[in-house]
Design a protein around this ligand. Structure first.
Ligand SMILES: [Zn+2]
Length: 356
């Protein structure tokens, strides 16, 4: 994460150097007029701590009071909510589009004084607060490090229903051997995902989903009219709420065409593709950032003017810009720079469901 920040800063410094060189020698770019904007807030995985099973407290051997409580407590448990992970992040609820899958993770503990007990684990789900039932196709196994994670199958919202909320949790299989109090089944605290049915979108959600329906059909669209999620930008690919657009801010961009405004959704859709094609987790995003740096570079158009690069220009943003340009023909806000043929080809892979 620090490496990511350093990389961004280093590239931004390069971009600034190139920009001043350009400003001296070439005409201003067409999109460099009043109110020039960049499409979004650069997504970053910063702030999500890695999932580490907590270290247990001091042993209670020899202490009478502790012994009494140790007799009462269970031999094992799942750690609490803050050790759960949804797609590798620390939040316990999220919004996703119909047709997306999530990664569930939790931490496991066996209390001191007993050998590690690692029962078999399966995933349970319940829809809209209904009955818990075993989720077919989801595997879980408690690792030696005390972590259990599972990629659960994509959930499809029932036709004609606008949204459904699915809770997921791990449940252990009852042990048949060992101490009597180990012969029980326990469940982790659940995480909760609201899946939206894109076919039922109306209003602003329908407006911004329409241009991406064929590009990232499983994406959701969250409308953020206050900037609570997107900040001072028109859009953001938000880890918790997915593709997020602020139409109120976009409405103030009076110099922009509707196509240019909708291009923000296409740019965020490219981030959706990046996120999910690389594995759809906090950890895999780090790999994506590194790979983007190998493919996408801050170069200039050798045969014409280049839009100056924004201070927060970054390879993965340039990838989303180049992918968007393939769809819009360049009618869009960008972080600036030039999509060379190799970058355009690489970015195009995102629309074919492939990694670059
Ligand atoms: Zn972006």
């Amino acid at each position: 994460m620090n490496a990511h920040r350093r990389l961004t800063v280093a590239l931004a410094a390069t971009a600034l150097t190139l920009t001043s060189a350009l400003a001296a020698g070439s005409p201003a770019s067409a999109s460099d007029g009043p109110g020039r904007t960049v499409p979004d807030t650069a997504p970053s995985a910063e702030g999500a701590e890695p999932l580490v099973a907590p270290v247990l407290g001091t042993p209670d051997a020899g202490r009478v009071t502790a012994r009494a409580s140790s007799a009462r407590r269970p031999l094992f448990a799942f750690w609490g909510l803050k050790y759960n992970r949804l797609d590798g992040f620390g939040f316990q609820s999220a919004v996703r589009g119909s047709g997306t899958s999530i990664e569930l993770a939790a931490a496991w503990k066996t209390y001191r004084g007993s050998k590690p007990l690692l029962p078999k684990v399966f995933v349970q789900a319940r829809v809209d607060g209904g009955k818990w039932s075993k989720l077919k196709g989801a595997k879980g196994k408690i690792g030696k490090n005390g972590l259990v994670r599972s990629r659960v199958p994509a959930f499809t919202v029932t036709a004609g229903v606008p949204a459904q909320t699915v809770d997921y949790r791990f449940k252990t299989k009852k042990l048949k051997k060992g101490p009597k109090k180990a012969r029980r089944s326990i469940a982790s605290k659940p995480v909760s995902v609201r899946f939206e049915n894109q076919a039922m979108y109306t209003g602003e959600q329908a407006r911004f989903y329409a241009p991406i329906a064929n590009l990232c059909p499983n994406s959701n669209v969250t409308i953020d009219t206050t900037g609570a999620l997107a900040g001072d930008r028109a859009g953001v690919f938000d880890w918790q709420n997915g593709l997020t657009i602020n139409p109120t801010l976009l409405a103030t961009y009076t110099w922009q065409s509707e196509a240019q405004k909708l291009a923000v959704a296409i740019h965020e859709c490219a981030h959706f593709q990046q996120f999910h094609l690389w594995g759809g987790t906090n950890e895999s995003w780090e790999t994506l950032v590194a790979r983007s740096g190998e493919v996408f570079v801050p170069d200039n158009n050798p045969s014409g003017p280049t839009t100056p690069m924004a201070a927060d220009w970054a390879p993965l943003e340039h990838a989303a810009d180049c992918a968007t340009s393939i769809i819009t023909g360049g009618i869009q806000d960008t972080y600036g720079g030039y999509c060379n043929p190799a970058e355009t080809a690489a970015a195009g892979l995102l629309w074919q469901g492939q990694r670059y």
